[in-house]
Design a protein around this ligand. Structure first.
Ligand SMILES: [Zn+2]
Length: 132
């Protein structure tokens, strides 16, 4: 007996994204000159005023995937991710020691009133890079 699959846009999107990351090469393979990478991430609400969460960690460039993507901290957000792959590639290309910036979540969530309310969570990031 086959049960019709209930659509869960958030779960489906997460699955797709993790497959995309799994299939990508490691950071060390993509950027042979990159020796070390430290990431500083701070998430803010849509207004950019109150801080959601913050984290800082050292990336293992041998194992981390070159699809360099962080999941939106909002539990209901669909289609939202912060993809820093391009920023990282640019920074490595220019051999920069530091790359910092802001990015807004382009995802959405369902509210009682709106079918697709934009998420807009703000990420302030800082990448510290070391080279061989
Ligand atoms: Zn989001």
């Amino acid at each position: 007996m086959m049960h019709p699959r209930r659509s869960n846009p958030r779960a489906e999107y997460r699955l797709l994204q993790s497959q995309r990351a799994m299939e990508s090469v490691s950071l060390a393979q993509r950027f042979p000159r990159l020796d070390g990478l430290t990431v500083n991430l701070a998430y803010f609400d849509a207004e950019g005023l109150s801080k959601h969460s913050e984290m800082k960690y050292k990336v293992n460039v041998q194992h981390a995937k070159s699809v360099f993507c962080f999941v939106c901290p909002s539990g209901e957000c669909v289609g939202g991710d912060f993809d820093l792959s391009e920023e990282l590639a640019k920074a490595v290309g220019e051999r920069r020691k530091l790359a910092a910036g802001e990015m807004r979540c382009a995802g959405w969530h369902k509210t009682p009133k709106v079918e697709r309310a934009p998420c807009q969570i703000l990420l302030r990031y800082k990448l510290t890079l070391d080279y061989v």
